[in-house]
Structure formats: C-alpha cells, structure tokens
Design a protein around this ligand. Sequence first.
Ligand code: TAP
Length: 414
Amino acid sequence: MFRLADLMEAHKEELATIESLDSGAVYTLALKTHIGMSIDSFRYFAGWCDKIHGQTIPINHARPNRNLTLTIREPIGVCGIVTPWNYPLMMLAWKMSACLAAGNTVILKPAQVTPLTSLKFCELVARAGFPPGVVNVLPGPGAAVGQSIAEHPEVRKLGFTGSTPVGRTIMAACSANVKKCSLELGGKSPLIVFADCEFAKAVKMACNGVFFNKGENCIAAGRLFVEASIHDRFVEAVKVEIAKMRIGDPLDRATDHGPQNHRAHLDKLLEYCQRGVSEGAKLVCGGRRVAGLRGFFMEPTLFTGVQDHMHIAQEESFGPVMIISDFPDGDIDGVLSRANATEYGLASGVFTRDIYKALRVSERIHAGTVFVNTYNKTDVAAPFGGFKQSGFGKDLGEEALNEYLKTKTVTMEF
Ligand code: TAP
C-alpha cells in the first residue's frame, strides 16, 4: 500500500488531469483534494496494517477451572464497494484503503459517468505488486453491476457512497443474504452564522462550503441560517465573492469553477432553481447555464428569503446553489430546531466567536460532522459519516477499519 501511494504520488499530475477531464473538477482542486487526499488515505491506512489487534478479556471462571477469552479481528473476505461521480478517485480511496488494510479483497464499481481514474488506478495497483485478484474494478451500470455485487452471496460486505434512494435499494439487496453494509448518503447540511462571527472569514468559508467542487460535494452547506442583524451585509458580501469567481476550462490553472459533472445533472440543477423561483424564493443571482461557454457550466447561484417548507430548503441540490434564510437575533433554540428539521444528518457548521455558543450548537445539532469556524475540513485521521437518512458507518480514521473487520471471540478453559 505504501508502494501504491508512492506510485500515485509519482503520477499525481496525470491522475489529476484525467479526473479533471472526467468529472469537471478544476485541475488545481483535483490535484490537491481528489488525488492528494487519495494518496494520504492509502498512506494513513497502510500505517494501520500492523496495528489491528483484538483484546484479552477477563471473564467469569467455570470454577474450579479457569477461563480466558481473547478476540481476534479478522478480515471479512470479499468486499464490494460502489462509488459516486463527484470525487471518483477519492471515494474509491477512502473506502478501499481501509478495506485493504483490514486484509480483505475488493470488487469496486465506479460511477458510470466517471470510471477513468479508477481504471488508471488499476494499472498502478498492478505495478505496486498487489497479488492478482486482490483489487478488482468492474465498471458498468449500477442497476446491473452494482446490484449484482449487493446481491452476491459471497460478497460479505458492501461499502456504498451515493444518494439516499439508491442507498435504500442497496440496503434491501444486502438484506437478502444479511450482508454487512455501510452507507454514506446524501445531505442537506445546515450552516449557522451568528452575528458575532469573524465576518470576512465566515463569508469566505460559507462560499467555500457551498461552491467547493461546483457544489458536487456531499457535505456542501445545503442551507445557511444567518442571524438577522448581519443578513443583508452577508448577502452583499457573498455577491462580491461570487462575482470574483473565474468560470471556465477546468484544466486552466486560474479557473475557480468548472462545469457540472454531466448533462442530466445540470438539467436537474436548472429545474431545482426554477422550482425555487416558482415557490417564491428570491433569486439574487445565477440559476442559469453560463451563456457563451461550451460545456455544462452553471452560474453560481444565490437564493435568499427561503422558507422552511420550500423544496430548495429541504432537498439537496448537489450543485453551486447557496440557500440563505435568516433567523431572529439570539434565537439559538429556534435556529437549532430548524436546522435539525431534516431527515439528513451528514454535516453542519457554525460560525461564532463565542465558544459557549459553538459548543452548545455542536452538542445539539444532529449531524455526523460539525465544523466550527471552518468548513469542508476533512482529514484522513478523522471519522466521517452521517446520521439519520444520511447513512451509517464511518469512512476514514480508526473507526473505518471496523467496517471491514469482523471480531472472533476465542474462549479457553484451563
Ligand atoms: P447514486 O445515483 O446513488 O449512484 C451512486 C453509485 O451507485 C453509482 O455507482 C451508481 O451507478 C450506483 N447504483 C445505482 N443504482 C444501483 C443499484 N440498484 N445497486 C447498486 N448500485 C447502484 O449517486 P450519484 O448520483 O452518483 O451521487 C450523488 C449522490 O451521492 C448525492 O446524493 C450525494 O450526496 C451522495 N454522496 C454522498 C457522499 C457521502 S460521503 N455521504 C459522498 C459523495 C456523494 P451508476 O453509475 O450506474 O449510476
């Protein structure tokens, strides 16, 4: 695995170029995040390979004899992994690195629209010297290939990242043979901005929280709640940031915002914005395809005056759409209950200089990740995964290993 990480590092520009062409991610981001964090994942989990062990547990003795129990952490066997199109190599790496470190073999199905980096990755796996059959990549349609992996009786574990509806289908398929599964699903992550925040930082981070990877980011800040007394100033500052964004060729090193992943996704986003307008939200800017540019470019979009019942307040866009609602000054309970009134629970954020407020929000928000005065700050050592219908099971960190291990209990009498 260390050798594989070194090979990925040596080919990182090539991988980033392929990822950029295949997914529309801007090259600079692809290099740092899509590829950079994939390399970090393999290095991090390579370090775990010789640190996976069980426990020695004192149990009641069967007198007059004595007993000793120990646990052994064993690989599960053949694991399936099914990934989405927004971070093609990174989603592969987050799951596969933990899966391999735990001693399993793997069959991975990449998203149909973005299979290229996973195929290049196979070449590096072979060059790194993995035994044949340990890593298998099988591109194809989810309904056929993904479903077959989920249903196969000899695949004992399935790790899935994707949408909540497909997650439900997968869970049902896994239930047929009681397969262990972990699901990293959609989100509609609330970001709460209090008036006592560091204003300029909050604006920049909020824009990053929404527009990072053109919004095709599962933890994207899906809904912003801004305290009423700074609401108008905040909206003006976001408009200034949006106006600065350079939209264009993702391979150009100066570009900030590339095209959406594929046509059907862009069409869905335009419809989503239409729905926001027809439900009465105020479209401050964007909501359209970028005129005069070839490709699936969408204007960074800003909605204000969004009411809780609206579709755009409830459902994830998975695109560059910022959705702002205000909340009365000082109403922490009110904003928390609105932020928690969703079936999703992937991530969340809070901006305030008041540590008491930040900790109270962190404690009471229903989400697998809380960012305080930052956003999108994931790390290979920190567990990542959602609550509620955003799924269960963790990627990254020590906890991810549990998803790909089983525990055997051995009890001896002497
Ligand atoms: P999905 O449509 O759910 O697709 C994800 C993967 O599942 C694809 O490889 C897809 O294959 C496959 N699939 C489709 N139907 C299947 C079935 N019946 N059985 C097995 N596999 C099947 O998601 P997407 O559109 O690629 O990605 C966007 C969604 O992923 C968003 O909702 C986003 O929030 C979520 N996401 C979540 C996270 C985390 S960590 N929670 C990270 C990234 C993305 P095809 O290629 O044929 O569609």
